[in-house]
Design a binder for this molecule. Structure first.
Ligand SMILES: Cc1cc2nc3c(=O)[nH]c(=O)nc-3n(C[C@H](O)[C@H](O)[C@H](O)COP(=O)(O)O)c2cc1C
Ligand SMILES: [Fe+2]
Ligand SMILES: [Fe+2]
Length: 403
């Protein structure tokens, strides 16, 4: 993509990745892609801020060369060591051996362990500055957003915040980089929430700490390292991130995530009836068939909503495995303190019902419905299912379970 001037002397020189199927080897981005936004400040001295994944080395070097000779770079700022932002460093070091790397103390150790780089590194701390001429960079420590070594970089004269993973999202850029150049902002906001729920949510407390720390700093542009660059309304993505972080700290919104899986359709039929009951109570419900929908797309709903309905049959004495997988990820992401209801079909002994109770305990979820039924649904069971959904939704409306 064409390089783009963010502010006088400050350039976006990022690259799109439409090749990687799984971000972090885990989260699907086959259809959405992702961008690695790198930035270049060109002044009396030049500074590159963040890089890209290693297989994008040639593309990133070409982008730098649009503005200046990569060999002439003076500084390379490493906000975050994750290889999606540092993979290019090994090649860049060969090309620009005299460029000084700036990073945190923790990142210095990681530069050695990941890349064997021990020379030409300058450690920066909170509030340290780097003069480039008319531009000045200031470093803001933001540990655990996303790793312990992470920091942000603030350009003082133009008030641009290079926030790295914070305020980022999935979705390759589509020919333009700024928020005001897109008509379908909702797409990027949705992908930012999926990214948040997949990657950042566990670190919601550090996110709030970082936002609070920056609240008196004037910012004209939020320039993250994934997704849109926010110059028209930089506050928008900060507000969204604060709202999402608060799901973890203050509790989710009223709503239901219904997860179901089925082998032969019995549980599915019942799931439809349960959903009718939820709808009758006028509570919003997102429905996911866990056989087909990757957990990456489910986590945003689980993360944002106060109730979980789990419909799954018994499989070999236990819970239908694809359901266990989603619950396991919820546990790893510490999506806790939800209300949960279970329903599911069994053939002879059952077993899923017991396992879901174990999951609820592990997740700190309050199990308020737990219904295992034999075989297929008849009219009476479907009526019971709808009542279950209605009761569950009404219980959620009780003020204590949602913000
Ligand atoms: C591979 C397989 C393993 C099963 N294991 C059990 C089991 O251990 N105990 C049990 O009660 N039912 C078991 N069943 C029966 C299913 O729970 C039952 O057929 C149920 O109605 C399936 O619901 P579904 O139509 O929603 O898939 C098993 C079924 C299959 C296909
Ligand atoms: Fe990261
Ligand atoms: Fe990243």
């Amino acid at each position: 993509m064409t390089v783009s001037e963010v502010k006088p002397g400050i350039y976006w020189i990022g690259v799109n990745d439409r090749t990687t199927d799984l971000f972090e080897g885990l989260w699907p981005i086959t259809s959405e892609g992702v961008s690695y936004n790198a930035y270049l400040v060109k002044d009396e001295k030049s500074a590159l801020i963040d890089l890209a994944k290693d297989f994008k080395t040639t593309a990133l070097l070409d982008q730098i060369a649009e503005i200046l000779d990569p060999a002439a770079l003076d500084y390379i700022v490493i906000n975050h060591m994750e290889p999606d932002h540092t993979g290019v460093i090994r090649a860049l070091r060969l090309i620009a051996p005299d460029a000084t790397l700036l990073c945190t103390k923790r990142a210095e150790e990681m530069l050695a362990s990941y890349y064997g780089i021990t020379e030409g590194v300058r450690v920066v701390s909170e509030g340290d500055t780097l003069d480039l001429g008319t531009h000045q960079l200031k470093f803001v420590m933001t540990p655990m957003v996303h790793w312990p070594e992470t920091m942000m970089t603030y350009e003082v004269s133009e008030q641009v915040l290079f926030s790295c993973d914070a305020f980022g999202g999935y979705g390759a850029l589509q020919g333009a980089i700024f928020d005001d150049q897109y008509t379908d902002l909702a797409y990027y906001e949705r992908e930012a929430l999926r990214y948040y729920a997949n990657i950042v949510a566990l670190f919601s407390r550090p996110v709030i700490r970082a936002i609070d720390k920056l609240k008196d700093v004037p910012v004209t542009v939020i320039a993250p390292s994934h997704g849109l660059v926010w110059r028209h309304n930089p506050q928008r993505i900060v507000d969204l991130y604060r709202e999402w972080a608060n799901y973890a700290l203050e509790g989710p919104e009223l709503g239901v995530t219904m997860l179901y899986g089925t082998m032969y359709g019995n549980t599915e039929e019942v799931a439809e009836a349960v959903a009718s009951g939820v709808a009758r109570a006028a509570v919003p419900v997102d429905i996911f068939d866990v056989r087909h929908i990757h957990a990456s797309y489910i986590l945003p709903s689980l993360y944002a909503r106060s109730g979980v309905l789990v419909g799954a049959p018994t499989y070999e004495g236990e819970l239908f495995p694809p359901m266990a997988h989603v619950l396991d990820l919820a546990a790893r992401k510490r999506i806790r303190d939800r209300k949960v209801g279970y329903f599911g079909s069994f053939g002879w002994s059952g077993g899923a019902r017991k396992e879901i109770a174990d999951w609820a305990e592990k997740l700190h979820w309050d199990m308020i419905e737990n219904w295992e039924f034999p075989g297929g649904p008849d009219r009476a069971k479907l009526t019971e299912a709808e009542e279950l959904g209605y009761r569950f939704a009404m219980a959620l409306k009780d003020k204590s379970s949602a913000r």
